[in-house]
Unconditional design. Structure first.
Length: 181
């Protein structure tokens, strides 16, 4: 009896492969960038696809694997950067914020449901939480104000992130119709 309970809590090999695969998707998406002070990357597109396709729990673990890969030196972040220095740089808070985005999504999925409107709203709220985490970290590292952080690190990217979110949702809906996840 206790073996059966334990086996239900563990991830299957298939789930672990999906988690790893979407960590790789996020890495590839982060390498596609337009260089600016804070680069325009497709990293958030990868995060949005991961959440919508894998769901909250597996999406959270995929993001965690992605961050851990970067922390140990795999060049998975924008500009092929890696290491603790990338996670503690002025943009590192946005990477850590992806975990909070995933937690918002997971919480909404668990307590509100898995309908498309719940997914969209949880991604929007999660992205706002990610922006706040990143901006607070940016303020700490650069010794700047919250308004400066918002104007430099959020305002130029909101529209682009919204467009990536819409595209990711559209792609995710189609993928889930044709692939058993």
């Amino acid at each position: 009896m206790s073996e059966n309970i334990v086996s239900r809590k563990m991830l299957s090999t298939r789930e672990m492969v999906l988690i790893a695969m979407f960590s790789a998707v996020m890495a590839v998406c982060s390498w596609i960038s337009v260089p600016t002070t804070i680069p325009f990357t497709f990293q958030t597109f990868g995060v949005f696809c991961t959440m919508n396709i894998l769901g909250g729990k597996k999406g959270f673990f995929s993001i965690l694997v992605y961050i851990l890969l970067g922390a140990v030196g795999m060049p998975v972040f924008s500009g092929f950067s890696a290491g603790i220095s990338a996670l503690t740089s002025y943009t590192g808070g946005y990477i850590w914020g992806f975990l909070f985005l995933a937690l918002v999504y997971w919480f909404a999925e668990k307590f509100v449901g898995k309908k498309i409107i719940v997914q969209v709203i949880s991604l929007i709220i999660g992205m706002a939480v990610c922006y706040i985490c990143g901006t607070i970290w940016f303020m700490y590292v650069t010794k700047s104000t919250f308004l400066y952080g918002l104007s430099a690190c959020v305002a130029p990217y909101v529209l682009f992130d919204a467009l990536k979110m819409v595209c990711a949702i559209g792609i995710s809906v189609r993928v889930k119709k044709h692939v058993r996840i």
